[in-house]
Design a protein around this ligand. Structure first.
Ligand SMILES: O=P(O)(O)OC[C@H]1O[C@H](OP(=O)(O)OP(=O)(O)O)[C@H](O)[C@@H]1O
Ligand SMILES: NC(=O)CC[C@H](N)C(=O)O
Ligand SMILES: [Mg+2]
Length: 502
């Protein structure tokens, strides 16, 4: 899950610091690479590389990122490789000069790649699906045949993008000397929200970002979420224009954003992530009371960070004490989005350490938001036992993850998923828990949907195997598994156009 951001300052103050700060707020969506492109007098200025935001941008880079509008990206690779050549935003010079950052995953990238070479006569320099998306957009904008594009031309090009592209995409781009634009796939799989604030000159500055927390942190007020299939253009002249660019959009946001990805203090599609997680905890607690009324749980312990919110409410529902039995090393990031199983496994032990007195002689219920590869749960159950727990029970606020995810979360191989082909008892045995309780899918959907009943459904593909885009075949999944199993080694990098002279 990557994070995207675009800002236009209409009073012409520099935008670089705002984008940097926004990317820092969105860091939880991607820890592998970061990039900023700004625009000044029709020229783009770019800095991108592998690393966290604080490491990629030094003062010398920030000084050179001039201009009052810009876009930024934090990356968690889900296609291509983790090479710095695939850090975003990407850039093409024709037409006009366009830079673009993408959150999501295209499911017809291979087909588009061929079309781009053979029909559009354009060049791709990396294995990234985001570079594909940019080139489709650029080609379609070129087809409008304008010396200077109007917002209507940008919307027309995005309409064509929706016709050609399949998959998940929340995209933020910038056209030199024109402005920032953004669009969301016709299912709204990935989140995207627009905000505005008054600047010192009494004019409006505009922002578009993956999550509302970025707006909060930078002092912007929410205008609204970008609707599925919709696009927004924010010009340097101070215009903010929305247009629906798809004939048949269908709201089906990814439910995993609410389970794990998004920050709890974000609002996505009108739903408070925090409240959704509280409801997940309550529903899971009610299930435990229903199915195991005479349980002998002494204490509820969350596995930091993400499960804290649901674990708190679960404990309250059970009427059991909630204790912070694991202390998280604040300098270690999210393990699930790290590339490579070895790094993920090592990081769990470095990241979490038990407080012995919360475990000694007790029957503990450990709560996590989800169990995906079982990297965290396997290690944690053992740590609880080593710390002296009597019984170790485990609860997951999400149902078993049994199917690959194809719209922008890196779980491409069914064989990597601990719940694939295993019963709940087998999973419990695998992670070494005395008992394992999963949330039911209907309860998860209800917990999220209660926040905004207007949303008819969610993409629940990793739990249900039902893919909302309707184009995911067993052959596609087999090829995906073959190409991405275990994450591609960085040594397989394509030779991309990298930053030089740093
Ligand atoms: O079964 P697994 O493959 O281990 O994946 C699931 C775990 O990974 C995530 O934690 P992560 O450390 O990424 O982030 P967090 O600190 O936000 O909980 C998630 O919250 C689970 O704890
Ligand atoms: N997590 C994402 O949104 C990834 C975007 C894009 N597919 C990439 O791999 O760079
Ligand atoms: Mg976690």
């Amino acid at each position: 899950m990557c994070g995207v951001i675009g800002i236009v300052h209409t009073d012409e103050t520099l935008v670089n610091q705002s984008i940097y700060d926004g990317l820092t707020i969105l860091q939880h969506r991607g820890q592998d690479a970061a990039g900023i492109v700004t625009c000044h007098n029709g020229r783009f200025f770019q800095r991108k590389d592998n690393g966290l935001v604080k490491d990629v941008f030094r003062t010398r880079h920030m000084r050179e990122l001039i201009g009052s509008m810009g876009i930024g990206h934090v990356r968690y690779p889900t296609a291509g490789t983790s090479s710095s050549a695939e850090a975003q935003p990407f850039y093409v010079n024709a037409p006009y000069g366009i830079a673009m950052g993408h959150n999501g995953n295209l499911t017809n990238a291979q087909q588009l790649r061929k079309e781009i070479y053979t029909q559009d006569l354009r060049h791709l320099n990396t294995n990234s699906d985001s570079e594909v998306l940019l080139n489709v957009f650029a080609h379609e904008l070129m087809q409008q045949h304008k010396l200077k594009p109007e917002p209507a031309d940008i919307f027309a090009a995005i309409r064509r993008v929706h016709e050609r592209v399949r998959g998940g995409y929340a995209t933020v781009g910038m056209i030199a000397d024109i402005g920032v634009f953004a669009f969301r796939d016709p299912y709204g799989l990935r989140p995207l929200i627009v905000g505005e604030r008054e600047n010192a000159q009494g004019k409006k500055d505009y922002i578009v970002a993956s999550e509302s927390v970025a707006l909060d942190g930078l002092g912007f007020k929410v205008v609204r979420d970008v609707a599925p299939g919709e696009a927004v253009v924010m010009t340097q002249d101070g215009e903010l224009l929305f247009e629906q660019c798809h004939d048949n959009p269908q709201y089906a946001p990814c439910i995993f954003e609410f389970v794990y990805f998004a920050r709890p203090d974000s609002m996505i599609d009108g739903i408070s992530v925090y409240k959704a997680r509280l409801r997940m905890g309550r529903k899971l607690g009610e299930k435990i009371l229903r199915e195991w009324p005479d349980n002998d749980i002494d204490v509820v312990i969350p596995i930091p960070d993400t499960s804290r919110t649901s674990a708190l409410q679960l404990a309250e529902t059970l009427g059991k004490p909630y204790r912070e039995g694991f202390i998280k090393n604040r300098y270690i990031g999210r393990t699930f989005i790290m590339p490579g199983q070895q790094q993920r496994k090592k990081s769990v032990r470095q990241k979490l350490n038990p407080v012995g007195l919360e475990f000694e002689g007790k029957n503990v219920l450990l709560v996590d938001d989800s169990i995906v590869r079982g990297t965290t749960s396997g290690e944690i159950v053992q740590m609880a036992r080593d710390a002296g727990a009597n019984k170790v029970y485990f609860a997951s606020a999400a149902p078993p993850v049994r199917y690959p995810y194809v719209y922008g979360i890196d779980m491409p191989a069914a064989s990597e998923l601990i719940a694939n082909g295993r019963t709940v008892d087998e999973i419990a045995a695998f992670i070494g828990a005395d008992c394992l309780i999963y949330q039911d899918l209907d309860d998860l959907v209800d917990a999220v949907r209660e926040g905004n009943k207007v949303i008819p459904c969610f993409d629940t593909s990793c739990f249900s195997g039902e893919y909302v885009t309707g184009d995911i075949t067993p052959e596609y999944l087999a090829e995906l598994e073959r190409s991405r199993h275990g994450n591609q080694p960085v040594g397989d990098e394509p030779v991309g156009m990298t930053n030089v002279g740093e």
